[in-house]
Design a protein around this ligand. Structure first.
Ligand code: SF4
Ligand code: SF4
Length: 276
C-alpha cells in the first residue's frame, strides 16, 4: 500500500501530515521532496546510511568521432552541440543514453555524474528514506526514481514535493491513495484545485486534510462539498502547533493532536477499505 501526501503549494503542512501519519501507524516514510527535504527533522532517524545518486552522461572520444552529428540530432534535451567538436552541457543531460546508442563509431562512452544522494535510517523500527538533490542541480527525477525503486509491499507514506510538476507526478505513479493537504485561504484553494485536477487525471483516489482551520464555513469547505471531495481530517489553527513545528517535534507526541491523526488514519482506512 502506497499513500502519497501532496499539496498544491509549499508551506501547507504536507510534511507535518506525512511524518505524523507515518509515525502513528509505524510504516515506512519516504521524503520525496528532494529539493527541500525536511521530514528527517521531525522523525530524527538514526544509523543513517548514505548513497550517492549519479546519472550516466556521455563522454566523446575525439579520435573516434567522425562529426556526423547524429548524437546532436537525437538529443531531445539540447544537451549536445557541435562546434568543431561535440560539447556536452551536463546539466541539460538526462542520461537517457540515446546519443550513445546512435553513434555509428562507438565514440561515445558514459561516465557517472553525481547529482545528489539518498539516505536511509530508522526511527525505532520505522524505516525512513529521503533524497537530497545537490545545490544547483536541476533534475530531481533520478533521485525520486531511486527512492521509489526501494519500495516493496510494505505500507509506505510518500511525502511529495509541493506543486504539480514532474517531481510530484513521479512519486504519484503507482500510489493507491493520495492525501491532499491544503490551507483555507484563496491561494491555498487555487493550488488545491490544481492538485485535485492532477490526481483526478491520474485516477488516484484521494481525500483532503485542511490545515490551519480557524473556522468551519470557508470557501475551501464549500469547494470540497460542491466537488464531492472527502475531507479526511482537519488540523486547527493553533499557536502551540506552530511552536511544536518550530522545535521539530511530532504533533502526535501530544495526546490532543494525536487524536487528529488517529481520525485521519481511520478516515483513510475507510476510504481505501482496509486497515493500514
Ligand atoms: S544521454 Fe540523452 S540527454 Fe544526455 S546528451 Fe545523450 S541524448 Fe542527450
Ligand atoms: S554520433 Fe558519434 S561520431 Fe557522430 S558526432 Fe556524435 S560522437 Fe561523433
Amino acid at each position: 500500500m502506497q499513500i502519497a501526501v501532496l499539496s498544491g503549494k509549499g508551506g501547507t503542512g504536507k510534511t507535518t501530515v506525512s511524518t505524523n501519519l507515518a509515525k502513528l501507524i509505524n510504516v515506512r516514510y519516504i521524503d520525496c521532496d528532494v529539493e527541500e527535504p525536511n521530514g528527517f527533522i521531525f522523525l530524527k532517524p538514526e544509523g543513517i546510511k548514505s548513497q550517492e545518486v549519479s546519472i550516466p552522461v556521455p563522454y566523446v572520444d575525439e579520435d573516434k568521432c567522425t562529426h556526423c552529428k547524429k548524437c546532436i540530432d537525437i538529443c531531445q534535451f539540447n544537451a549536445l552541440v557541435h562546434t568543431n567538436k561535440v560539447i556536452l552541457f551536463e546539466k541539460l543531460c538526462h542520461g537517457c543514453g540515446a546519443c550513445r546508442a546512435v553513434c555509428p563509431t562507438m565514440a561515445i562512452t558514459e561516465k557517472d555524474r553525481p547529482i545528489g544522494k539518498i539516505e536511509v535510517g530508522y526511527n525505532g523500527d520505522m524505516e525512513c528514506l529521503g533524497g537530497t538533490l545537490n545545490v544547483t542541480e536541476p533534475m530531481a527525477g533520478p533521485i525520486i526514481s531511486k527512492l521509489k525503486s526501494m519500495i516493496d509491499d510494505k505500507t509506505t507514506i510518500l511525502d511529495c514535493s509541493p506543486g504539480s510538476s514532474c517531481n510530484v507526478v513521479k512519486p504519484l505513479l503507482g500510489v493507491d491513495y493520495a492525501v491532499l493537504v491544503t490551507e483555507p485561504t484563496e491561494f491555498g484553494l487555487h493550488d488545491l484545485k490544481i492538485a485535485v485536477e492532477l490526481v483526478r487525471k491520474m485516477d488516484i483516489p484521494f481525500g483532503v486534510v485542511i490545515n490551519r482551520l480557524s473556522q468551519e464555513d470557508n470557501t475551501t469547505s464549500r469547494y470540497l462539498k460542491d466537488e464531492n471531495i472527502n475531507i479526511v481530517g482537519t488540523i486547527p489553527f493553533d499557536r502551540n502547533i506552530a511552536v511544536m513545528y518550530s522545535k521539530g517535534e511530532l504533533l502526535i507526541n501530544d495526546d490532543k493532536y494525536k487524536k487528529l491523526f488517529t481520525d485521519i488514519t481511520h478516515n483513510i482506512e475507510e476510504a481505501i477499505g482496509c486497515s493500514l
